[in-house]
Design a protein around this ligand. Structure first.
Ligand code: GAL
Length: 618
C-alpha cells in the first residue's frame, strides 16, 4: 500500500457549482482522500427533526465520482443554537463556575445525557444513510476532543455524574479512608456530599482531584463510545477520531481502544508558539520550521493510540490564525512534515483546508487555495510530495526502544507539581528529545497494554503509580529499564509509596527527602552535569553509579535497571541514555544539530529542521 494525501473540505461553505471543479483539481494535485461534514449540523438539521441530507448526498457523490475517497465526520463538535436552546444546561462550565457560551464550537459538557443521545442519534442517522455508500472510506467522530480547554467541566450534570461514578467505584469501600478525608475534617457522610474539586479555598484533596480527572476522562470515552456504537449498528467501516497536539486531559489510549484508526492534527508552527516549553531563542530559531521533535512525538504516540493504524488528518499548509504569532513555513517545510509523518508510519496526510474562507473565525488561516480560488505556492510542494510517495510502501516502523507515556501521570503532577517547573509532558518530551538526538526509532508505549517483547530498552520517566497490569508487564520485561524521577512514588489512591521502584530495581530504595528547585538553582553531580527542577535523596543497597554533590546517589543501578534520582540537564540525560542503549545492544546514530533520522521498511529518512541545508554522508 502506498501512503496517501488528502484535504479537509467544507462543501457547505461554497456554491454547489464549484464542487465538481474543486474535486477535479484535488485529484489532479495527487490527493485521494477528502474529509467533510464535521461542523455541518446546522445545515443538516437546521431545526429539530427537519433534515437536509440531500446536499451532503450530492457532495459525497461529486467528490467520490471524481475519484476521491471520503472521510465523513459526525457534526457533534458544533451543536447549533436550537439544541442549546432545547438543553440550556448542556453547556460546559469552567473551573470558575462560568458556563461557556454559544457562538463558537465545542460548547457542550460531556456529562449532559440529553446532548449525548442527540449526538449519537445524528451519528446513527448518518451511518444508516451512508452505510453502503462506496465513496465513504471511514468515519470520524466529532472533532478534536479537548481542544479549547473543553474536557473538564464543572456543571451540575458533571457533579451528578461524578457522584454516581464514585458510588460505582467505591461501593462499600470507605471513601474517607481511601482519600484520607480525616485531614482538615473533610469526612463525608454520603457520596451525595461530595462536590466537584473547584472553587475550594485552597487546594482540594489530591485524591479527590485525581478521581475527578479519572471520571472526566471516562466521560469523554463514553461520550465517544455512544457515537461509535450508533455507527456500528449500521455500518462496519472503520471509525477514527482526530486528536490534537499536547492535549492530555483524557486518556487517549483508553479512548483509542474502541476506535479503528487514530488521526491527529499537526500544526508545527502553531504548536511551537502556543504550547511549547522551549525558550524564546529556540522559538525564534525554529519559528518557520517548528519544533524538530514535537510532530514526531505525536506521530509515535498516535501510532500506539491507533494500534498501528494512524494518519495526519489536518496538516498545517501555511500561517494559521490561532497562535500568538503566525509565521509562514519556510518553503519546503510542508514537504518535510509530510514525509516525516510517512517515516513514522502514517497511512495518509490530509492538509487543512482546501480553500480559505473570506468570512468568520478562520478567514486569516491559510489553505491550499486563496479565497479567490487562486492556488498558494504550497500546492506545488504538495504535487511534488504526491509524486515522491508513489515509490514509498507504507509500513509500521520497528523500534527497539520504548518510551512510556501515561496520561494519569500528567493529571497527577498537575494536581501536585510540588514545584512550578515540574510538568510530566515536558519531562517525557526531554527524554524523547535525547533519543531523537541518537537517531533511533522510538515507540511511545502504553504500559497498561502495549506488548513489551520487542524492546531492548524501556524508558519510564515520572510515572505516577504502577497499576497491577503495569507491574505484571514490568515483571516479565527482560530488557534494560531506565527509570526517571518520581516513578511509582504514589499508589493509585494518591498516597505516598515509600518503596517506589524497589521491585523493579531488585534492591530496596528509600527516600530521605525530595525537593523542587527554582529556575537557576541546580544540584551538581560529582562527575559533571546537574539536576534541575527536581532532586531526590535516596538510600539504597543498589549500586551508586553517579554521586551528587549533596552526597546522595544521582544514578542508581542494579543489573539492567537504572534509576535517575532527579531531572538531569540535557547533556547528562543524553549521556545516561546513550550509555544504557549501548549496553542494551541498540545501534545509535548521533545526529548533527537538529537533523532527525527515522527508518521505515527499506527506507531511511533524514529530516532537516535546520534553517540551512545539510549534507548527508551516506
Ligand atoms: C484545528 C481544527 C480545525 C481548524 C484548525 C485551524 O484544531 O480541527 O477545525 O479550526 O484547527 O488550524
Amino acid at each position: 500500500m502506498t501512503p496517501r494525501l488528502g484535504v479537509c473540505y467544507y462543501p457547505e461553505h461554497w456554491p454547489e457549482d464549484m464542487w465538481a471543479e474543486d474535486a477535479r483539481e484535488m485529484v489532479e494535485m495527487g490527493l485521494s482522500l477528502v474529509r467533510i461534514g464535521e461542523f455541518a449540523w446546522s445545515r443538516l438539521e437546521p431545526r429539530e427533526g427537519e433534515f437536509h441530507f440531500e446536499w451532503l448526498d450530492r457532495a459525497i457523490n461529486t467528490l467520490g465520482s471524481a475519484g476521491l475517497k471520503v472521510v465523513l465526520g459526525t457534526p457533534s463538535a458544533t451543536p447549533p443554537k436550537w439544541i442549546v436552546d432545547k438543553f440550556p444546561d448542556m453547556l460546559a462550565v469552567d473551573k470558575e463556575g462560568r458556563p461557556r457560551k454559544f457562538g463558537s464550537r465545542r460548547h457542550y459538557c460531556f456529562s449532559h445525557q440529553g446532548y449525548r443521545e442527540f449526538a449519537a442519534q445524528m451519528a446513527s442517522r448518518l451511518a444508516e444513510r451512508y452505510a453502503d455508500n462506496d465513496h465513504i472510506e471511514f468515519w470520524q467522530t466529532d472533532n478534536e476532543y479537548g481542544c479549547h480547554d473543553t474536557t473538564l467541566s464543572y456543571s451540575d450534570n458533571a457533579r451528578k455524574a461524578f457522584r454516581h461514578w464514585l458510588k460505582e467505584r467505591y461501593g462499600n469501600k470507605p471513601l474517607n479512608e481511601t482519600w484520607g478525608n480525616v485531614f482538615w475534617s473533610m469526612d463525608y457522610e454520603t457520596f451525595d456530599d461530595v462536590d466537584l474539586p473547584n472553587l475550594t479555598v485552597t487546594e482540594p484533596n489530591p485524591a479527590h482531584s485525581m478521581d475527578f480527572r479519572r471520571f472526566t476522562s471516562e466521560q469523554v470515552r463514553n461520550w465517544d463510545l455512544a457515537q461509535v456504537e450508533a455507527i456500528r449498528k449500521h455500518c462496519s467501516k472503520p471509525i477514527s477520531h482526530n486528536y490534537m497536539g499536547r492535549i492530555t486531559e483524557f486518556d487517549h489510549f483508553r479512548l483509542g481502544d474502541h476506535l479503528d484508526i487514530a488521526t491527529w492534527d499537526s500544526y508545527p508552527l502553531g504548536f511551537l508558539e502556543d504550547r511549547s516549553d522551549r525558550d524564546e531563542e529556540f522559538k525564534h530559531t525554529f519559528s518557520r520550521m517548528g519544533d524538530p521533535d514535537f510532530q514526531a512525538f505525536h506521530h509515535d504516540l498516535y501510532r500506539t493510540v491507533g494500534k498501528g493504524r494512524w494518519g495526519v488528518m489536518e496538516q498545517q499548509p501555511g500561517p494559521v490564525n490561532w497562535a500568538p504569532y503566525n509565521p509562514a513555513p519556510k518553503p519546503g517545510m510542508v514537504r518535510v512534515w509530510s514525509h516525516e509523518a510517512f517515516a513514522h508510519g502514517a497511512e495518509f496526510v490530509c492538509y487543512f483546508r482546501w480553500r480559505q474562507p473570506s468570512f468568520a473565525q478562520e478567514q486569516m488561516h491559510t489553505a491550499l487555495k486563496r479565497p479567490d480560488n487562486t492556488p498558494y505556492p504550497v500546492c506545488d510542494e504538495i504535487r511534488h510530495v504526491a509524486t515522491e510517495i508513489r515509490n514509498l510502501t507504507h509500513a509500521r516502523p520497528k523500534a527497539e526502544i520504548g518510551l512510556v507515556f501515561d496520561y494519569r501521570s500528567q493529571w497527577a503532577w498537575e494536581i501536585q507539581p510540588q514545584g512550578q517547573g515540574f510538568d510530566y509532558f515536558k519531562l517525557v518530551f526531554e527524554y524523547y528529545g535525547a533519543l531523537r538526538q541518537l537517531g533511533v526509532n522510538i515507540d511511545i508505549v502504553d504500559l497498561e497494554k502495549s506488548g513489551l517483547s520487542d524492546y531492548k530498552a524501556l524508558i519510564i520517566p515520572g510515572l505516577f503509580a504502577f497499576s497491577d497490569a503495569m507491574k505484571e508487564q514490568l515483571d516479565n520485561f527482560k530488557g534494560h529499564l531506565i527509570l526517571g524521577p518520581r516513578t511509582n512514588s504514589k499508589d493509585e489512591n494518591f498516597k505516598t509509596n515509600l518503596t517506589s521502584v524497589s521491585a523493579q530495581l531488585g534492591k530496596p530504595i528509600s527516600l530521605d527527602m525530595v525537593e523542587s528547585l527554582r529556575p537557576g538553582t541546580v544540584v551538581e553531580l560529582v562527575n559533571g552535569g546537574h539536576f534541575k527542577i527536581w532532586n531526590e535523596c535516596h538510600k539504597t543497597e543498589a549500586q551508586t553509579e553517579e554521586l551528587k554533590a549533596d552526597g546522595y546517589p544521582a544514578v542508581i543501578r542494579n543489573g539492567k535497571c537504572v534509576y535517575m534520582a532527579g531531572w538531569p540537564n540535557s547533556e547528562k540525560l543524553l549521556e545516561v541514555i546513550e550509555t544504557e542503549l549501548t549496553k542494551a545492544g541498540c545501534k545509535t546514530y548521533k545526529q548533527p544539530g537538529y537533523n532527525r533520522r527515522q527508518s521505515i521498511g527499506m527506507h531511511e529518512f533524514q529530516l532537516n529542521y535546520e534553517a540551512q541545508s545539510a549534507v548527508i554522508k551516506g
